[in-house]
Design a protein around this ligand. Structure first.
Ligand code: XMP
Length: 514
């Protein structure tokens, strides 16, 4: 791939992937590498710019993550962010010290917009600060180009050497004009033309896949989730009927989901591929009968999935390639920067490679972030309801039913969840909440309906907002919406007489229930 490249050097900051995503939003391709990556390797990649991320260390402490002075002497523009800014000063002879108080949160910053970094940025703007250490003395040749009440060097530049340092975090949305600053760096200072676009990505991938696959046979485990759907369509566009997709319906999908996936990928759909739907619902229910321990349920579902897939794969026989929907965050999290070709078993098809007879793995999305995968999906004409699907766990409703899973309980939670999703959409809230679903608690309680006493289940509604799904806040849904959903669930779903709203954040809760 002959793209302009910006390298993000990771010092362990919590926003490292966010930095990379923001750069990509400027239509500039970038990759993340660990701070201990060999300088020669970085140089060989011929980047147009380098960004140093934040990190938890203090640069003046022994053993702190660091970089060599030569990094700043390559003639390549460098932007240091937070820890990266301090490190730049420290390495080049400035002084970094611990401040008396930590500067944290939204902060007014005064920028010098004669600096190319702040070109077009409002003079008094809001930034997101999160630091204890501060730049007490700049390295020789630098001048301060931004200040806050507590921070004499909120940004600095040495224009001559194209070195820039920002103490705050332009990558987080709280920095109101942060995207503009990053754009100024990659498109202005580094001179990138913006050649990273999803339409050309599709074209290039189709070509590359065709070359690689030749006349070979390709197998893909399709879950109906965004990543595997996009990977499958990309492959089908490239090699058509040489591709076989196996879709296992484990009976733990959301209402009508199995049919929806079949409608898109099956013979009635618009893609020319071999689509196999395995209706394995009964098998899964049988295995899950009498099991209520959450980890055991997850294990059973995962193992049964592999068994079903293995049986199908055996019928197909040996294939040349197996498609995996690995995406860039998986690559980064499993050992930075593509250095280790770790094949994670994180996917809904955990452990799959071992049980299928194939020669090579194809991972067409391994350089993309989720939002880019979605753009590719739209580019490929995949229906929006699939492209913008919210995350759905591999074990499906199995972990949204507390206690034993039965076909009857699956039906209850499917119906309640469908109503909930419909009302969220009707209220125009779908785009504002990262994940929302109904779960079936194992609690039964007394109620009264008409003149009758009832003793039925309680449905729990969950809605969370989150950036990375590692932490999450319960969304504040409008009362009217909750009331409407509640009344519809009680009236339309049998065996439910109570609806609860879960306001627990993560931590201490998790997003799913089991
Ligand atoms: P938790 O419940 O751990 O969920 O807070 C965090 C995110 O991960 C999803 N999730 C899973 N996804 N297989 C998956 O593919 C799983 O076993 C699984 N468990 C949780 C969950 O939906 C949420 O988005």
């Amino acid at each position: 791939m002959n793209k302009e490249l910006v390298i993000v050097i990771d010092f362990g900051g919590q926003y490292n992937q966010l930095v990379a995503r923001r750069v990509r939003e400027c239509n500039v391709y970038c990759e993340i590498y660990s701070y201990n990556t060999d300088l020669a390797k970085i140089k060989a990649m011929n980047p147009k710019g380098i960004i140093l991320t934040g990190g938890p260390s203090s640069c003046y402490e022994e053993g702190a993550a660091t970089c060599s002075k030569e990094l700043f002497e390559l003639g390549i523009p460098v932007l240091g962010l937070c820890y990266g800014a301090q490190l730049m000063m420290h390495v080049l002879g400035g002084r970094v010290e611990r401040a008396a108080v930590r500067e944290y949160g939204k902060t007014e910053v005064k920028v010098d917009n004669t600096s190319p970094l702040f070109s077009g940025v409002t003079e008094n703007t809001i930034c997101w600060m999160s630091h204890f250490d501060y730049i007490a003395k700049m390295a020789a040749g630098f001048r301060a180009v931004a200040v806050t009440d507590n921070c004499p060097v909120a940004a600095a530049e040495c224009a001559e050497r194209k070195l820039y340092a920002i103490q705050f975090h332009p990558e987080v949305l709280h920095t109101v004009e942060g995207s503009k600053m990053l754009y100024n760096f990659v498109r202005g200072i580094c001179g990138c033309s913006g050649d990273w676009r999803m339409d050309s990505f599709v074209e290039e991938q189709v070509k590359a896949i065709r070359e690689k696959v030749g006349n070979g046979r390709v197998l893909c485990a399709l879950s109906g989730g965004v990543d595997s759907s996009v990977a499958a369509v990309l492959l089908s566009k490239a090699v058509g009927e040489q591709l076989t997709c196996v879709f296992v319906d484990h009976g733990l999908l959301r209402k009508n989901e199995g049919d929806e996936v079949e409608a898109v990928f099956g013979s009635a759909g618009s893609y020319k591929l071999n689509f196999i739907r395995v209706n394995a619902q009964e098998r899964f229910y049988e295995k899950l009968a009498g099991v209520s321990e959450p980890e055991r349920k997850r294990k059973i579902i995962g193992e049964e999935f592999i068994r079903v897939f293995e049986e199908e794969a055996k019928k197909i026989g040996a294939v040349d390639f197996l498609v995996q929907g690995t995406i860039y965050p998986d690559v980064v999290e499993s050992g930075l920067g593509g250095e280790s070709a770790v094949i994670k078993s994180h996917h809904n098809v955990g452990g799959l490679p071992d049980c299928v007879d194939f020669k090579e793995i194809i991972e067409p999305l391994r350089n993309l972030f989720k939002d880019e995968v979605r753009k590719v999906g739209l580019e490929l004409g995949i229906p929006e309801h699939l492209v913008f699907r919210q995350p759905f766990p591999g074990p499906g409703l199995g972990i949204r039913i507390i206690g034993e899973v039965t076909a009857e309980k699956v039906k209850v939670v499917q119906d309640a969840d469908a109503i909930y999703r419909e009302e969220i959409a009707n209220a125009g809230l779908a785009g504002n909440i990262n994940q929302y679903f109904a779960a079936l608690t194992n609690m039964r309680s007394v109620g009264v309906m008409g003149d009758e006493r009832t003793y039925d289940y309680a449905i729990a509604l969950r809605a969370v907002n989150t950036i990375d799904f590692m932490t999450a806040e319960a969304a504040q849904l409008p009362w009217e919406v909750l009331q409407k959903v509640t009344s519809r669930i009680i009236n339309e779903v049998s065996h439910v007489n109570r609806v609860l709203y879960d306001v627990t954040s993560k931590p201490p809760g998790t997003i799913e229930f089991e």
